[in-house]
Design a protein around this ligand. Sequence first.
Ligand SMILES: C[S@@+](CC[C@H](N)C(=O)[O-])C[C@H]1O[C@@H](n2cnc3c(N)ncnc32)[C@H](O)[C@@H]1O
Length: 391
Amino acid sequence: MKKVKLNKDYSQVDKKSCAFDVSRLSELLTKGRKTLKPSYLKDKDLRDAYIHYYVPVNMYKILVPLRELAIHPSRIFEKEMVRVLDLGSGPGTAILGILDFFSSRGKRPYLKFTAVDPISENLLETERLFKLFIEKGNADASLLTIKSTIEKSKSLIEGSFDIITLSNVLSEIAHRYNQKIRRRINLLKTIINRSLTHDGSCIIIEPALRDTSREMLEVRDGLVEEGFNIYSPCLMNEMCPALTNPADWCHEDIPWEPPEIIKEIDRITGLRKDSLKFSYLIIRKDSLSIRDIYDNKSFRGNNSFRVVSEPLISKGKLEFYICGTGGRRLIVRLDKDSSMTNKPFETLRRGDIVSFEHTADEGKRLKLTKDTTVTKIVSRFILTGTTHSIY
Ligand SMILES: C[S@@+](CC[C@H](N)C(=O)[O-])C[C@H]1O[C@@H](n2cnc3c(N)ncnc32)[C@H](O)[C@@H]1O
């Protein structure tokens, strides 16, 4: 496939001043998040810093939920047309990721995008980057932009959508109000009920910071209580076990080779973007789930788990945190219990979905025995050359 270069003028970018603005922006989006003003991307320097640094980092994150939807047996994306509503589009980050995802697939639907953002400069950038992709890339698509907050967009958005995205925007909604979680739940409930098709997917992506990720999980639980279904990453619709302990949260961490501009800015600022870290959620009105990929086959859902930690290696044992029906558990294999059937345990990584047959339940943790069979059912997402094509 063709490689699309969206920012070929990187050589012209003054790296030092860009790095300075990336540092300012990073500070605002982390320590300064509580007092973040809604208009921060009106500042041209911050907006340029966002485009040069955060767009290439953020746009590939959406490939993870899209890939998890695409592998469902009901062939979710095999349609003539896929309508996408990107709420809080910024410079069109999620739209670029979606274009990249579909342009690398054999049979491509027509993509009809609507981008909503309250900042007109962001929408102009969305239009510019979208146009660049369409001119140089491999996609049949249209774009409509709407200048509005999500809260006020009701009368402006027409029709229903197969995909609704909120990429790095949920934690900016009502963040200075009381009852912000309830407000976000109510807003999402209204949007999903009104604007998502009966078989559509609402994809939420948030930074992997503890606070933003936990707030997303609280919204998740609220939506589950309202009767919505979590397609992924969760393998169950129970309350999220990560919220039990205030120190816990749930996130992805996917290795990638950053573009040269990111490496250079990282060298100057001391920031690190050598992996894609984020939290995500796919919400649906119907009952489809990533579990459908394996539930009807030889794997029983209750023995299947998502790996939610890095490998925890200590003397004489290997452990992981896993999450599935019944909540989050620690699972351990003592080195002395290594066997042919449990050997795949050594290759597990955060994000994998795995099945365990014949474990010993020790209450606090599950333990592998020599008789345990470990089967990796869905491997975590790997960002390869063909999926990573824009920058
Ligand atoms: C961190 S940026 C994310 C941009 C892009 N979606 C991404 O993933 O890179 C947050 C965006 O949300 C927009 N935003 C903040 N509050 C919003 C609201 N209430 N309604 C719509 N957009 C909002 C901001 O203008 C900004 O463009």
